[in-house]
Design a binder for this molecule. Structure first.
Ligand SMILES: NC(=O)c1ccc[n+]([C@@H]2O[C@H](COP(=O)([O-])OP(=O)(O)OC[C@H]3O[C@@H](n4cnc5c(N)ncnc54)[C@H](OP(=O)(O)O)[C@@H]3O)[C@@H](O)[C@H]2O)c1
Length: 288
């Protein structure tokens, strides 16, 4: 049976992989997080890989506090760049297929059509730059798949949906940015896609390279908030504002829609429309 190590398994994506793991035959999953396997700690990693025979690494561990990163550059780089280099060196030593997650924030957002994997990167933030350096480190190993995703949410951890629903409990009106355009990604869909990629790799070559993944469609944070409230029948007015009226420490791309043709064609994936996945997530959320 093949073994899959999932790092950062208590984060949004890691939890969604944990959720579906019991339904997946033929794979043995090892879920770890910073307390059990700190990816910045080379000695810990060395001991882990000595003891465990691993076929795939899914690296979900990351520093994801985009604004805080502007004042915590060193820590952000340590987790998103240096630790990826560490993991890759072990992957290489033990001949392990390496899958790691990156972000739409590697782009500056000046495109007017969906970003392909070959478009020029130029991050606006410390976080985006740290993820891009992590990508370069990962790409030095020929058995690496990088999946760039955007606006990730789930019913775990902290994310936009939870923030909107929680704010709506105490406010009748919210100002939300309408001039940042992108596509949300339900972490459960991404988790399924990653498992599909591994299944594909078992029967075909490991198709190394960079791939984009988000849900289908396009929206703004303003429309995203409106849709959350519509689906949940939440009585909270949403007012559109410009990015300049909501200053944040980190700059975000104004446009970061991802073109998913490559991942769909290579792995024969179906990607759900963002509103359908949002409705699905909110259904799960209400059950909790
Ligand atoms: N969230 C988004 O909107 C978004 C958008 C685009 C791309 N992405 C990328 O998608 C991936 C998954 O994101 P996510 O939202 O699931 O992230 P997340 O919820 O922040 O989870 C990241 C996990 O990594 C853990 N971690 C941090 N430092 C670690 C270390 N040194 N060793 C091991 N684990 C460590 C975190 O633990 P602690 O919580 O204890 O620190 C957390 O459990 C990341 O690569 C992220 O950059 C996210």
């Amino acid at each position: 049976m093949k073994s899959i190590l999932v790092t950062g398994a208590n984060g949004q994506l890691g939890k969604e992989i944990q959720n579906i793991a019991s339904d997946i035959n033929n794979f043995n999953f090892i879920f770890s997080d910073v307390n059990s396997l700190d990816i910045t700690n080379e000695a810990e990693l060395s001991l882990f890989f000595e003891k465990n025979s691993i076929d795939y690494i899914i690296n979900c561990a990351a520093y994801t506090a985009v604004d805080k990163a502007e004042s915590e550059k060193e820590l952000c780089n340590k987790i998103n760049s240096i630790a990826v280099k560490n993991l890759v060196s072990f992957a290489q030593e033990y001949n392990i297929n390496f899958i790691t997650i990156s972000t739409d924030y590697v782009f500056d957002g000046t495109n007017h059509k969906p970003y392909t994997e070959n478009d020029k990167t130029s991050p606006n933030s410390i976080y985006g730059a740290s993820k891009l350096t992590g990508e370069s480190e990962a790409l030095k190993y020929e058995k690496t798949i990088i999946i760039r995703t955007s606006w990730l949410y789930s019913h775990y951890g902290a994310n936009f949906i939870k923030t909107m629903l929680s704010l709506s409990e105490t406010r009748n009106e919210l100002n939300v940015i309408f001039d940042q355009i992108g596509t949300p990604t339900y972490a459960a869909d991404l988790a399924e896609a990653i498992i599909e990629i591994i299944r594909y790799s078992e029967n075909n070559e490991f198709a190394a390279g960079i791939y984009n993944y988000s849900n289908e469609g396009v929206t703004s944070w303003y429309d995203f908030a409106k849709t959350i409230f519509r689906i949940t029948n939440t009585n909270c007015k949403v007012l559109p504002i410009e990015t300049k009226d909501y200053p944040t420490p980190a700059a975000r791309p104004h446009y970061s829609v991802l073109n998913k043709s490559k991942i769909k064609n290579t792995f024969n994936l179906f990607i759900p429309y963002w509103e359908d996945s949002l409705a699905e997530c909110l259904k799960e959320h209400r059950k909790k």
